[in-house]
Design a protein around this ligand. Sequence first.
Ligand code: SF4
Length: 345
Amino acid sequence: MKKDIFDFDYNELVNEFSKLGLEKYRVDQVLDWIFQKKVFNFDGMTNLSKENRTVLDERFSISIPSLLDMQVSNIDKTTKFLWRLEDGNTIESVLLFHPDRVTACISSQVGCPAKCVFCATGQSGFVRDLKAGEIVSQVVAMEAQRRVNIGNIVYMGMGEPLLNYEEVLKSIRILHNEKTKNMSMRRISVSTVGIPEKIIQLADDLPEVKLAISLHAPNNYKRDMIVPMNRKYSVEEIVYAAKEYQKRTKNRVTFEYILIREFNDSRDDAEKLADLLKGMGAYVNLIPVNPVDNVENLKLERPHYWAVDRFKEVLDKRNIENEIRKEKGTDIDAACGQLRRRNVK
Ligand code: SF4
C-alpha cells in the first residue's frame, strides 16, 4: 500500500527517500512541487528523472482530498469546502478573507466526540481522528482551489484538536517547516473546549502556538448544559490551565463565548465571566449563536442586539478586552458542520 506523503515530517521524508537512494535535495524538490506549485502527481515533477518519478509513484500517494461541495459567499468571499477523504469520510474546511490576510479554519477529526449542543458537528457524532496528513492536505487543497496564500491557520473546524493531540502537533510541525508551508507558529491557533492537561502540554511542546478556549458559560451549571465535556473538566480547572498556559508561554489566551438569548447573555453572566477572567489579560470573542436545528431540550435563540451590547459594556467596564465577532459567510452554510450535515443526511 502506498504511503501518503503528507503524513511525513521533513526528517522522516529525508529518511524515506534515502531508503530509495534519493538525496535530500529531492525531498526539497518534491515538496516545492506540492506546496508551492500545487502539482499533485509525481509525473508532473519535471525536474526529477522519469526513473525517480516512477519509484516515488510506486511508494507514495499525494492524497489531496476530493472536493464534494464548495460554497462561496457573495458578501465576503468566505468559502466553505466539503471534502471526501480516501476512506469515503467527509470533512469541512473554511477560508475566511480579511483585508490583509486569508485565514484557514481546518478540521482535526471526522465528527466530534465533544457534542456541544449548538454545533452541527457535535450533533452528528464522532467517527475518527484525522491523520496529520489529512490535516495538512486541507490547507494545500484550499490554496489550490482558490489560488490564495493562506496566512493564518486556526484549528477550529470539525473536531476537538486536543483529543487528537499527537496528529495535530505533527501537522503543525509539518506546516511550520520552511520546505513546506513555512507557516509561522505564531500564526497558528488551536481552539479547544478545554482539556486542562493537554493545554499545559501544548504550552510546553509548542509555546508559540496560540490558544483559544471555547468557554461559552461563566459557571458549571450552565456550561454542563451546552458543553457536555464540562462534566469531565470544570470551568475552574480550565481557567486554571489557561492561566498556567499563559504563565509558561506569555501568550494571551482568547476565550470564545457564544451568546444564547436568555441563557448566558445577562448582565449577571457578564459579571461572572469578568470575575473568572480578571487579572488574566485575556481576550474574549463574543459570538451571537448560530441556531442549529434539532437541538433537544434547549432553545438556542440569537440574543437581542441590546443584550449583546450590554454584555460587552460590562466586560469593557471590567477591563476585559473583547469584541463582538463579525459574522462571515452568512449567506452560506458557514457554521461548523452545517455543510457536511446537509450533504451526509
Ligand atoms: S463546537 Fe467544536 S468541540 Fe464542540 S462539538 Fe463542535 S466541533 Fe466539537
